[in-house]
Design a protein around this ligand. Structure first.
Ligand code: PMP
Length: 419
């Protein structure tokens, strides 16, 4: 580990949570240099929905590389890009009756968010955007401005302006109607809220602590946006790509966002990001928003192969099935330890176990790691244990991982009793 400590910047993060040197990975297993295996309940923060080194995806990429397929082509036309566009259209958009244009941005989530915000502001000729408490949308300037957590929002990072934060669903508990609050602020010409160009929202705030929006709330938000000529941007970077069971996380709410951002698992494990926009919103001038690494061709190949998981309902059904097993395991933990006052939130295969007691969740995930489980925290106070395994994880491994969480909690509580 010495070279990381001496040479790599202090900014390094996950290496601190998972202090070992990983060498290989397959499916839902990470193996370190000493041959120790870890079950992965982190999945690259939602990038590895199809697992590490997915056999089908790897094969397709090797064939493309061996055939000298174009790797870097800016946004020129390539066969890999055409194949991707055709597959995305026939497998994802057409069956859902979704009419959207696709923009390829620089290959990270924050790039897609920057583009979406820039486009919305340009179209509406308004600078303000509404974002929600506990939202996370990336850390470049525009995306940071719509991200709530003070840990990232240092005054020295300058402009974080032209954004109004409003309460997410249940921010004040379930007796305050956060949508009514937003409506009032928009309608009241003296509220101080400038009419926004757009509202940007995650259907499940993943980094923010697995805060789950209901279908009713999302529908209400969508209707409100229509009523006041505000664009609705759904940031589906972490919980899209099948995480909740359907390809897009908002399908259950029966809404049609104006703009959608996608990244993480869309690249089948490789860097890639997209903005989907209603065709009439595609008001970019040619080359107006560029980036050298738009159109990562190897990612197109990986993604095209990954999308074949959506040719039939098997993956979607598996997510519902495994998600239910995850909930059951967390519910059992809650029932075994009522004194912890644990909360469980989630949908599909993203679940959060909130342990309100300060630092308890952190101690538990550290113990999980010692027992061979890679799992991270979420929420403003890092009080939520976030379960995010690859969607393709074998049921047996899933159960083993869930058992490690239960054992770790038991162990942490027992140690505390002894002390
Ligand atoms: N939006 C959401 C919802 C995210 O979860 C993330 C990453 N955690 C981002 C945007 C930013 O993506 P990236 O880290 O690739 O810039």
């Amino acid at each position: 580990m010495r070279i990381f400590e001496s040479l790599e910047s202090q900014v390094r993060g996950y290496i601190r949570s998972f202090p070992t040197v990983f060498a290989t990975s397959k499916g839902a297993i990470l193996t370190d240099e000493n041959g120790r295996e870890y079950i992965d309940f982190f999945a690259g923060a939602g990038t590895l929905n199809y697992g590490h080194n997915n056999e089908r995806i790897t094969k397709a990429m090797i064939a493309y590389l061996e055939g000298n397929g174009v790797l870097h082509g800016l946004d020129m036309a390539t066969t890999a890009k055409r194949n991707f566009l055709e597959k995305f259209s026939s497998t994802i958009l057409e069956p859902r009756n979704m009419d959207y244009k696709i923009q390829f941005t620089g290959p990270t989530g924050t790039n897609a968010v920057e583009s979406a915000l820039k486009l919305a502001r340009t179209i509406k000729g308004r600078s303000n955007v509404v974002a929600f408490t506990n939202g996370y949308h990336g850390l470049t300037m525009g995306a940071l401005a719509v991200t709530g957590n003070t840990f990232y929002r240092d005054e020295a990072h300058i402009s974080r302006s032209n954004v109004s934060f409003m309460p997410f669903e249940n921010y004040f508990g379930d007796n305050v109607d956060s949508l009514a609050c937003l409506r009032k602020m928009i309608e009241d010409t003296s509220s101080g809220l400038d009419l926004p160009a757009a509202v940007i929202v995650e259907t499940i705030q993943a980094e923010g602590g697995i805060n789950v929006a209901s279908a009713e709330w999302l529908k209400g938000l969508s209707d409100l946006c229509r009523e006041f000529d505000i664009l609705l941007i759904i940031d589906d970077i972490q919980v899209g790509n099948g995480r909740t069971g359907s390809f897009f996380s908002f399908e259950f709410a029966d809404i049609k966002p104006d703009i959608i951002t996608l990244s993480k698992a869309i690249g089948g494990g490789l860097p890639m990001a997209l903005v989907l926009m209603r065709p009439d919103l595609d008001q970019w001038k040619p080359g107006e928003h560029t980036g050298t690494f738009r159109g990562n061709n190897l990612a197109f190949v990986a993604c095209t192969e990954a999308l074949s998981y959506w040719d039939n309902p098997a993956l979607s059904e598996a997510v519902q099935y495994k998600g239910a097993r995850m909930y059951e395991a967390l519910d059992a933990i809650r029932n075994t330890h009522p004194e912890l006052e644990a909360n469980i939130r989630g949908r599909g295969m993203i679940w959060g176990l909130e342990l309100p007691e300060r630092n308890l969740a952190r101690t538990v995930v550290e113990t999980c790691f010692e027992k061979g489980l890679v799992i991270e925290l979420a929420g403003a106070e890092k009080q939520v244990i976030k379960l995010l395994p690859p969607l393709v994880i074998e049921e047996d491994l899933l159960k083993q991982g869930l058992a490690i969480i239960a054992e770790s909690i038991k162990e942490v509580l027992k140690k505390r009793e002894i002390l």
